[in-house]
Design a protein around this ligand. Structure first.
Ligand SMILES: [Zn+2]
Length: 65
């Protein structure tokens, strides 16, 4: 699949995104090597989101390097 944009993980909030800047924090350091992904639907009710300090809905990397 040529030309497919690579997904990156924001090192600040762990959000997964394609493009040059994190849609949540703007231009922050990012990494293309991340492990696992989680889709947070209810950050207030999710234990995992709480543990990972996620307060917004969206897709996040479980581990970033
Ligand atoms: Zn971010």
């Amino acid at each position: 699949m040529a030309g497919k944009a690579k997904e990156k993980a924001c090192l600040n909030c762990k959000a997964l995104y394609i493009g040059t800047a994190c849609p949540k924090c703007g231009e922050t350091p990012s990494s293309e090597s991340f492990k696992g992904r989680v889709h947070v639907f209810n950050p207030e009710k999710s234990e995992l989101a709480n543990k990972m300090d996620i307060h917004k809905e969206g897709e996040f990397a479980i581990k970033t390097k």
